[in-house]
Design a protein around this ligand. Structure first.
Ligand SMILES: *[C@@H]1O[C@H](CO)[C@@H](O)[C@H](O)[C@H]1NC(C)=O
Ligand SMILES: *[C@@H]1O[C@H](CO)[C@@H](O)[C@H](O)[C@H]1NC(C)=O
Ligand SMILES: *[C@@H]1O[C@H](CO)[C@@H](O)[C@H](O)[C@H]1NC(C)=O
Ligand SMILES: *[C@@H]1O[C@H](CO)[C@@H](O)[C@H](O)[C@H]1NC(C)=O
Ligand SMILES: *[C@@H]1O[C@H](CO)[C@@H](O)[C@H](O)[C@H]1NC(C)=O
Ligand SMILES: *[C@@H]1O[C@H](CO)[C@@H](O)[C@H](O)[C@H]1NC(C)=O
Ligand SMILES: *[C@@H]1O[C@H](CO)[C@@H](O)[C@H](O)[C@H]1NC(C)=O
Length: 428
């Protein structure tokens, strides 16, 4: 197999198509027709009101300013702060998160300087919640309850997004110009389900929701498996606790392959981009806890390249939540990624293990203001989509992580030099 880091083609779709046994031009045309029909049905359904397009562009006047958090979204940051927000009572808002809710976050660059973030969690009523942030207005939206999907209480949640016309090389039309956000979760039967939120801004603003194609496969992860995704890949642990990957091909098929990586039962799972040039070729970096409890990163430069272990050699507590994001190191087309991993140590604090140069992994502690993630929750970090019109940028604007502290979703960020707390995401 080709070595990781060896030359990869910078071209996009074609490389992904090459490995597909199922591909033929006819199938692709069929997929486009099917997609067009489905979209038409969704639009009709949305108009009729059956499948409600849950818009969340509308901003609430009470939403706090993320870069300037209001007093109720304490703490207000800084590495010198020694505030102990643990006395804050849990939120009683109808949109408050379930106490050990999973958190998933995804986002994309809308230009080289502006971006969108979509964050998902489970409410106390078990429903999936969505809250969005757009840098152009600098505010979180109101929370939307997505009533379509039925999640198991405590379901893992994973989210990714992509420009579907870019991924499938289909034609942009006035009704087919979406950013597609895919949310994966586990239903009450213990099966992996996929919910899709399709957001179109231009030429007309439209949002539709649709059941995803993975839903009918009946994939059963281990009872306590987590989920991670970075389009077009989804990973989970099966009932034998083997790490499995399902990979969505441009010919509209989920291909499933074991990753053959020995992992801790109930390991936290993350997928981030591996390098700029590999990000649109099925490359990826899988971050998880090995069966020796060590934090591990296994990267590949394309969907067909073999995985190469990159071990930070830190042991972390069993089943510790792990969040990670990656940012291109430079603006070159084949830039490696700087990768930052947050995990919870034995005394509950968050530590950061990262690599941003050729000198390997380093680990550091975080200020007290970071707090301790609530028991059973995730740490979710944001790596923008590679399949958006504006590709990955060597910038830290979107370098953020989220986790529950006292039932509230705390947002922290890295600016390329320093870590700080932004505040709590305003769930209303
Ligand atoms: C958000 O905070 C920024 C920086 O503090 C400030 O410039 C901006 O006016 C604030 N926006 C709102 C809507 O409060
Ligand atoms: C998706 O990508 C295509 C290029 O393939 C571009 O024309 C279109 O504007 C993009 N759509 C969105 C929503 O960014
Ligand atoms: C598609 O959407 C993108 C992003 O919203 C926009 O820039 C572009 O003009 C749209 N293209 C068409 C053909 O409407
Ligand atoms: C999606 O489809 C699957 C079967 O294909 C079904 O089991 C599931 O309930 C559907 N989910 C929603 C939210 O409609
Ligand atoms: C991990 O899970 C597998 C399958 O459920 C089980 O057989 C095994 O004993 C578990 N290992 C540990 C160390 O708990
Ligand atoms: C756990 O993490 C916190 C925050 O980074 C740090 O202050 C503390 O020393 C760590 N505890 C251990 C046992 O390493
Ligand atoms: C990071 O923090 C250090 C020390 O507090 C400060 O000197 C430096 O200016 C900060 N860097 C940025 C980019 O804010």
């Amino acid at each position: 197999m080709s070595a990781v880091g060896s030359e990869v083609k910078v071209d996009t779709g074609a490389a992904i198509e090459e490995q597909l046994p199922q591909r033929s031009p006819r199938r692709k045309r069929l997929w486009i027709i099917v997609a067009a029909v489905v979209l038409l049905l969704v639009v009709v359904a949305a108009v009729v009101g059956g499948v409600v397009g849950s818009r969340h562009q509308h901003k609430t006047t009470t939403a706090s300013n993320s870069s300037n958090p209001s007093s109720d979204s304490s703490p207000t940051s800084s590495s010198t702060s020694s505030s102990t927000p643990s006395s804050t009572p849990s939120s009683t808002s109808p949109n408050a998160a379930y106490s050990s809710s999973s958190i998933a976050v995804t986002g994309w660059w809308t230009s080289t300087s502006s971006y969108s973030i979509r964050l998902f969690y489970q409410g106390k009523d078990e429903h999936l919640r969505l809250i969005g942030y757009d840098s152009t207005d600098g505010m979180w939206s109101t929370v939307t309850t997505l009533t379509g999907p039925t999640l198991r209480l405590g379901s893992p949640i994973a989210a990714c997004n992509y420009n579907s016309t870019l991924y499938f090389s289909s034609a942009v039309t006035s009704t087919n110009n979406f950013t597609q956000i895919d949310i994966f979760y586990v239903d009450k039967l213990g099966q992996i389900q996929e919910w899709e939120v399709l957001e179109q801004k231009v030429p007309t603003v439209q949002t539709s929701n649709i059941n995803g194609t993975i839903s009918s496969l009946g994939l059963k992860p281990a009872a306590n498996s987590r989920l991670a995704t970075y389009w077009p890949s989804l990973i989970f642990q099966d009932e034998l606790n083997q790490l499995q990957e399902t990979y969505y091909t441009t010919s509209n098929k989920w291909l499933q392959n074991p990753l053959n990586l020995p992992s801790q039962n109930h390991s936290a799972l993350v997928e981030v981009a591996y390098s700029t040039s590999s990000a649109r070729q099925g490359g990826g970096n899988f971050i998880y806890q090995g069966d020796d409890q060590k934090l591990l990163a296994e990267g590949r430069s394309s969907s067909t390249a073999s995985l190469k272990a990159d071990a930070p050699t830190v042991s972390i507590p069993a089943e510790s939540p792990i969040g990670a994001f990656s940012v291109p190191r430079n603006s070159q087309a084949n830039s490696p990624m700087n990768t930052y991993t947050l995990w919870q140590n034995s005394t509950g604090g968050i530590q950061i293990t990262w690599m941003d140069d050729d000198n390997g992994w380093q680990t550091t502690s975080t200020p007290d203001s970071f707090g301790s993630p609530d028991k059973g929750t995730d740490i979710a970090c944001l790596t923008p989509s590679a399949y958006s019109l504006t590709p990955l940028q060597p910038k830290y604007d979107m370098a953020r992580c989220y986790y529950l502290v006292d039932g509230r979703i705390r947002e922290v960020k890295y600016d390329g030099s320093n870590w700080s707390v932004i505040g709590n995401v305003p769930l209303g």
